[in-house]
Design a protein. Sequence first.
Length: 346
Amino acid sequence: MNTRRTGLSAALPSSLNPFRAAVAIAAASRPDRVGDPIVQRLQSGRTWAGGVASVWMLFAYPLAESGQDILLGKLVDVLIGCGIALVAGVIALSVFIGMSDVSLRAVYVRRLTGPGTALGAILLGAGVCAAGAVLMTKLLHAEIIPWADIRAAGNLAWLLSFFVFVIAMLIAALVLGVVALFTLVAAVHALNCCFRVGDVHELLPALLSPFLMWSLFVLSLFDGPDVAAPPLVLYTFLLGGPLSVTALSVWEIRRLNGRYGVTLRSALGREPDAGEREPEPQRGPEPQWGPEPQWGPGPVPVPAPQGEPAPLMPGQTPGYAIPAQTPGYGTAPSPSPYGAYPPHSS
């Protein structure tokens, strides 16, 4: 029995841990979803390998820009990637649901709650961070609280108000930090999971991930490199992500097809074309048998009366039996005048 809770309910006990809450919100978690543990481990390993390679590049070669500019650039890349994944996901889901069989469309539409939850959580977190940053900036610039009027009320009132203000700002900063960390982790995880489109069908992440990675690769060609690395190292690093994701997606599709029988045709609810079906064996007509003949009762033999000899046939002498006449060979031989047995000649 699967007792795992999905969506927002799974994230509530982990609200104090932004990493666990972000993974619970952004990861595909449909209960009856076909998930291969080997594929999941390979995807996690590829993500960790990409992170380690990025850190190694930053420490192995001198930075082309300042650390702050690189960090802001990565955040911009994440936002652009989320935008591309969002647009591609909407188009792919629309085409996929539109091409599917009528009996499956309602099922796929109900499963859109997973991608909607991930998108809504990320947008809500980003909105809270933006509104909190603007509010804290105005509070620090004394644009909301009339500090001059509070100071005129007396030193005690001013000190008490300032103490409450500092405590509130610290709590707000802590909450905003947790929300910002949650939003960033959820955005990165949703970017890797293509905004939980796997909840709609298992093949969609494998189909969308290569498109997303190659789109980011094209965008990275127009941006300047983060480090002053040789071109061979730089382009090998840039091509490593799209090529590895594409190879892993192709292998995942083949594994889902061969091991679990999950194909795009079965996902759309389409039957094989007439040209692809194997011809059925042609059987000849069944033989028509006539009615069975109705046999009447056989002749009933009449027993001879007791103590009387059997009636003789014409031409038969007593004690001599006429042999059966063979058809086509003449008549039976004439009876011997000596009875049943001829006399013995000495």
